[in-house]
Every structure is written in C-alpha cells, then in structure tokens.
Design a protein around this ligand. Structure first.
Ligand SMILES: *[C@@H]1O[C@H](CO)[C@@H](O)[C@H](O)[C@H]1NC(C)=O
Ligand SMILES: *[C@@H]1O[C@H](CO)[C@@H](O)[C@H](O)[C@H]1NC(C)=O
Ligand SMILES: CC(=O)N[C@H]1CO[C@H](CO)[C@@H](O)[C@@H]1O
Length: 290
C-alpha cells in the first residue's frame, strides 16, 4: 500500500505497466469478456454466481494492489453469467485506504486493455434524498467528484493519449441507453418500486459525513453519498468504456441534530446482504441484454 500522495507517485503506472498486467491475464485465461463489473461493499457474492470461473487473487496478479476492507474479498473473477463472459472485481480499492487515485483506478485501465467495453459499477451509499428508503437501488445518472474539487482527480498528471484525451468530457459519464435498459429490466423483475435515479456524490472518507456536511451535499444536488465509484468512472470514460452505475442505499444520512441515529459499517453490510440478491439479479438479467 502506498500512503504518500506526492505527484511522482501519482504518475506511477505507465501504459506499458497496465499492458503487462493485461497481457499476463490474457495469457492465463481464455475468456475475453466485454463487460466488467466492480462489486461494492458486500456485493461481492455476485461473482459466486459465475460459471466456468477463473479466479485470480489480487496478490497473484502482477502490479495489482491488494484490498484491505472487511467485506471485500480481493480477487478478480473471470466467468460466465447467463452465457456471457464477464470479469468481476470482487473487492475494490478505496482512496480512504491510503491508495492514490491512480492505484484506485488501475484495474479499469487494465480492463480496457483486456478488451472490455462496458463497465458496471456497484456501491453501497447513504441516502441524502429524503424520499429514499434504506434498501432502495439507485441508478446513478450523474456524479459529483468532491475529491476532484480538492485536486484529487485520477487524470491529474501527464496524459497518455493511448488511453484517452487530455481534457475529458464528463457530461455523458453514465450511459443513457444502459440506464433505460436497467430500468426495463428492473420493471420486468418487479424491482421498480424501489428503483431510484439520482446523483451520486463521492467523499474521500473514511469518516461518515457530519450533519452540516450532509446538508451541504443535499444543497449541491446529491441524492446519495459514498466513498468510491467516481474515480473509476472518470478513468473508464477516459478510455472510452460505457458505464452503468448502481448504488444500494444502505442507510439514510442524518441531517437533524435532534436525531439519535448513528451510521455504522456493520449496519451497512447487513442491509447490503438483504437487498444484494435483488441487485445481483438485476445485474445478471441486464447482462444478457448488453
Ligand atoms: C466452460 O469452458 C469450457 C472450456 O473453455 C467450454 O468448453 C465450456 O463450454 C464452458 N462452459 C460454459 C458453461 O460456459
Ligand atoms: C429526490 O428523489 C425524488 C424521486 O426520485 C426526485 O423527484 C427529487 O427530485 C429528488 N430530489 C429531492 C431534493 O427531493
Ligand atoms: C464499495 C464501496 O466503496 N462502498 C462504499 C460506499 O459508500 C459507503 C457509504 O458511504 C461506504 O461505507 C462504502 O465503503
């Protein structure tokens, strides 16, 4: 793990290094997935549904960082879901663990070099929108990059055109067609009553938000807040991947000083467990339509 956030350490991964990891993976599996899924907190069991699995613990993959959070398994799983080849990141890397943004997003560049064209990101988040309930699934329609405001954008540093352009358009970050597809799929499986659509805001963490901070985020137009996803989406768009984001609302943020509610990680994992099945079914049914 890399704790220093100096400029030089941020420019650590070259195109050649990403290629080395991708080539190693291509040499060790015959699968050529077009879809990659990043499984968020407690949603890692999606990978258990895969058939014909090839599993690579992160520590076995050249240059791959290792994940440290409880509830995150830390392996890359290739396999088939409903007959389609996919690759799943079971456990992701968080900025709050001490990784710099380039490390957090390294796997996404590797995916792109593997030939992946679509990225599905899932995450657990706190609901800021008063009309959201715990257990709702939010289709991410847009994002707010709070660490980006503070200078922590994964694309800071020299740009390698082999990945993408210097100044990246982000007004089309989340793919409209995939959102429509996800909504239809949710309707088909009867999940639409708890499907929301909104703006995901990333904060660095690891602290949860104060009441004043929650109110700021609400004012900014955020519907849900979490500690991941956003940098991966920035880098995915940079290398031309289509992105679909799904966030499970695992708690409602506290916005009243009179409230005695307290958010805790165990509660987040518990809620995730109960609704994770619906989310997994949604992703699985969606895969056949992409
Ligand atoms: C599993 O992989 C083998 C070898 O590549 C292939 O022959 C078989 O059809 C695959 N099965 C499934 C269910 O994808
Ligand atoms: C909250 O979510 C509802 C339902 O999706 C939406 O209509 C509304 O605009 C959102 N924002 C606020 C501030 O209520
Ligand atoms: C997988 C992941 O990044 N989950 C994070 C999403 O947001 C929640 C709530 O803020 C965090 O606790 C998780 O770590």
């Amino acid at each position: 793990m890399e704790a220093e956030g100096s400029f030089s350490s941020q420019c650590r991964y070259s195109y050649e290094e990403c290629k080395e990891t991708a080539d190693w993976l291509l040499a060790h599996t015959e699968q050529r997935p077009k879809v990659a899924i990043i499984c968020g907190s407690g949603l890692g069991s999606l990978a258990d549904l895969l058939g014909n699995k090839t599993v690579f613990p992160y520590k076995a993959i050249p240059r791959f960082p290792v994940s440290t959070v409880p509830g995150h398994a830390g392996q890359l799983v290739f396999g088939t879901l409903q007959g389609r080849e996919i690759v799943c990141m079971q456990g992701r890397f968080h900025f709050y663990e001490g990784y710099n943004m380039q490390t957090v997003t390294y796997p996404v560049r590797v995916f792109s070099l593997l030939g992946v064209e679509t990225l599905i990101v899932t995450n657990a988040s706190g609901g800021l929108n008063g009309s959201y309930n715990v257990g709702d699934i939010m289709l991410i329609k847009d994002q707010i990059n709070m660490p980006g405001f503070a200078g922590e954008n994964p694309l800071c540093g020299p740009n390698d055109e082999r990945f993408g352009v210097r100044f990246l358009c982000m007004s089309d970050a989340y793919d409209r067609e995939l959102m429509v597809l996800a909504r239809h799929t949710a309707e088909e499986q009867g999940c639409d009553s708890f499907l929301q659509e909104g703006v995901y805001c990333m904060v660095a963490g690891p602290t949860y938000e104060t009441i004043a901070e929650c109110r700021v985020l609400q004012t900014l137009g955020a519907d849900a807040v979490g500690m991941s996803t956003v940098p991966e989406v920035v880098v995915a768009r940079h290398c031309g991947l289509r992105v679909l984001g799904l966030s499970l609302i695992t708690n409602k943020v506290v916005t009243q000083y009179e409230s005695t509610d307290r958010v805790n990680h165990e509660e987040v994992l518990q809620t995730t467990k109960t609704r994770a099945e619906d989310l997994q079914r949604l992703v699985s049914n969606l895969i056949t339509k992409i």
